[in-house]
Design a binder for this molecule. Structure first.
Ligand code: ZN
Ligand code: ZN
Ligand code: ZN
Length: 337
């Protein structure tokens, strides 16, 4: 049974998942290729292999996005956290939501090749799921993670994860604390100020339209790190309007297409920081997506010290991504602005 343990020094929760121990050994010399001989439980027609449906989006021909429970969840939906002491330490049950989203009915399809209309439908499903999980009082945070081209992934079918945790993850806690402190000092949203600065300077912009900006952040920790943010202040992704879904979809597809064109389809992770669930002032946070390609960059020093070194300054990253061209081949901002 999984358990959450809190590190009392670094103040972060760690999921102990002993049922995944076999993965560690199996992956050491050469990761096994996903088994293609068995039917895919996420392809249309195989729904009986994966019958429990949490949410679904359909068009005239059937489902186009389908959400099911993850078969090997890191966090389980049943039960209570039961926070308790274990000697000097704190533990709780590993409860939470771990949902698996079939991003499309097509078995293998990259987000960079999605039509904006399809990407918008997927974003609408994320909106629905984050709103629903927000209502569960056991949870403190909800986020979306997509790993593309990951050798550690269990499934080939294009998929992503919606996860709700009974604690605020450390990285997000730091982000929230920084935003809260900035707001206390200046009475402005730090993300809104950063957007204004990026628009003023212009050298780190990767893509833009009338509602959203994609940019390489000033102090990027990783090469080609890119954030996508609404230009208008909004704390929670759940409040995103229908009319904003397609512009958001367009800029996400464009950004991923530029990344692929510049770097040759690297593995990447993209995450939605959807906003805190409760207790924070809505003026302090500003929802956004963060995108990081995995380029085999050395992680030893980051692990040892938390010091990041980035060999590609964001101004250079933005220039390369702009030059690479997006799905449409247009320069950034050539659309509605
Ligand atoms: Zn499939
Ligand atoms: Zn803001
Ligand atoms: Zn963030």
């Amino acid at each position: 049974m999984s358990e959450l343990r809190r590190d009392p020094i670094l103040r972060r929760w760690v999921i102990m998942a002993p049922e995944r121990a076999a993965d560690v050994v199996a992956r050491r010399p050469d990761p096994p290729l996903p088994d293609r001989s068995t039917p895919c439980p996420f392809c249309p027609g195989n729904e009986t292999l994966n019958p429990e449906e949490i949410a679904v989006a359909c068009d005239g021909n059937g489902w186009v996005v389908r959400v099911t429970p993850d078969k090997r969840p890191l966090l389980r939906i049943e039960g209570d956290p039961d926070r308790r002491a274990a000697g000097m330490f704190d533990v709780m049950n590993a409860i939470g939501a771990h949902e698996l989203v079939a991003d499309t009915s097509e078995h293998e399809r990259s987000w960079a090749d999605f039509s904006p209309a399809h990407m918008a439908r997927l974003l609408a499903v994320y909106r629905e799921r984050t709103l629903d999980l927000r209502g569960d009082r056991r949870f403190r945070h909800v986020f979306v993670v997509k790993n593309h081209g990951a050798v550690w992934s269990n499934y080939v079918h294009a998929h992503s994860h919606v996860i709700a945790t009974p604690f605020t993850p450390k990285r997000l806690e730091e982000e929230l604390a920084g935003a809260r402190e900035y707001h206390r000092m200046r009475e402005r949203c730090v993300f809104c100020d950063q957007l204004a600065e990026e628009l003023r300077v212009g050298r780190r912009i990767v893509a833009r339209n009338g509602r959203f900006l994609a940019f390489a952040p000033f102090a990027s920790e990783y090469p080609y790190e890119t954030w996508i943010m609404p230009l208008e202040h909004a704390a929670e992704f759940g409040t995103v309007a229908d009319a904003a879904l397609e512009p958001l979809a367009e800029i996400m597809v464009e950004t991923l297409a530029r990344l692929r064109a510049a770097l040759g389809d690297p593995p990447y992770s993209v995450a939605l920081h959807a906003g805190p669930l409760a207790g924070d002032h809505p003026a302090e946070f500003h929802w956004h997506w963060e995108l990081v390609p995995h380029l085999g960059h050395q992680l030893g020093m980051e692990w040892a010290t938390g010091i990041y070194s980035n060999p590609v300054p964001p101004e250079d990253a933005a220039r390369q991504l702009l030059a690479a061209g997006g799905a449409s081949g247009r320069p950034a901002g050539a659309g509605a602005a």
